[in-house]
Write a protein that binds this ligand. Structure first.
Ligand SMILES: C[S@@+](CC[C@H](N)C(=O)[O-])C[C@H]1O[C@@H](n2cnc3c(N)ncnc32)[C@H](O)[C@@H]1O
Length: 248
């Protein structure tokens, strides 16, 4: 994602708190890839804590830098009291499939984690802006178009464009929003990653009565999209980075 945005942390977020003990939390950290990349650039005195409802992606502590750790935490439930007001920066990335409709509980819990004056950064896919591009004019994009239509009708997209307003309504100050599209050279790479993700959704999550439809249909759609990608078409997605500050 840094190849798309040009940064891990938005340049408006100060990394020098005047103390040697800056603390950063990453909510829904997965394998902690964002946190681990950031750790390479920061002083080892800074504390980086990854939280996720599932520990499946966590590396063993013996494989991690001393200032990085992971802990189980459900973003939909209030964080334990000992974490309240502990963090200078709270980061969330790619919750578009995690939050169905209402991000407010997650926003409230991030507010609790932050110190007064602390910064929130939320990196999200904005599915309201999906563009199909082709490197050759005669390439079919039928499957890709069906994938785009599916994504646009899925309800979980709607809270994303409203995030800056929702943050203000939830008590955050000074929201900023930046939009980024990946450079053309990364389009194919993203499409390959999407094929793997869609196949995994088809195998694990798809259900005939759910928004993704039956598993077999989703698998067939992933195959069609992959074929069209191989022939030179791609879906270009927009990444939205929102920052906001907890009042002092
Ligand atoms: C698409 S992945 C993003 C992982 C990571 N943020 C990244 O950008 O590489 C979504 C992550 O959210 C986590 N997640 C899902 N529900 C959650 C919840 N209620 N609380 C915390 N994390 C959750 C999943 O386990 C998964 O690791």
């Amino acid at each position: 994602m840094r190849k798309t945005t040009g940064y891990l942390l938005h340049p408006s977020i100060p990394l020098d708190s005047g103390s040697s003990e800056l603390k950063i939390a990453d909510i829904g950290t997965g394998t902690g890839v964002w946190l681990l990349e950031l750790a390479e650039e920061l002083p080892s005195s800074y504390q980086l804590h990854g939280f996720d409802v599932s520990s499946a992606g966590f590396s063993d502590q013996s494989w991690l830098p001393d200032n990085v750790s992971f802990r189980a935490l459900n973003a939909f439930e209030p964080p334990p009291k000992e974490l309240w007001g502990q963090y200078d920066i709270v980061h969330i990335r790619l919750f578009v499939m995690v939050i169905e409709e209402d991000p407010i509980p997650v926003i409230d819990h991030c507010m609790k984690l932050l110190k007064p004056g602390g910064h929130l950064q939320w990196d999200e896919l904005n599915l309201s802006d999906l563009e199909i591009v082709k490197s050759k004019p005669d390439v079919s994009t039928e499957s890709l178009q069906r994938m785009v239509d599916n994504a646009k009708t899925h309800s979980s997209q709607k809270w994303v464009p409203q995030l800056p307003t929702t943050l203000t309504q939830s008590g955050f100050d000074k929201p900023t929003v930046s939009y980024h599209k990946p450079p053309p050279c990364y389009r194919k790479m993203w499409m390959e990653a999407d094929t793997v993700a869609t196949e995994s959704l088809a195998a694990n999550v798809a259900d005939a009565n759910g928004p993704l439809g039956p598993s077999e249909a989703l698998k067939a759609l992933a195959k069609g999209c992959h074929k069209e990608t191989q022939q030179g078409a791609a879906i270009v997605k927009m990444y939205q980075v929102v920052t906001a500050r907890k009042p002092l």
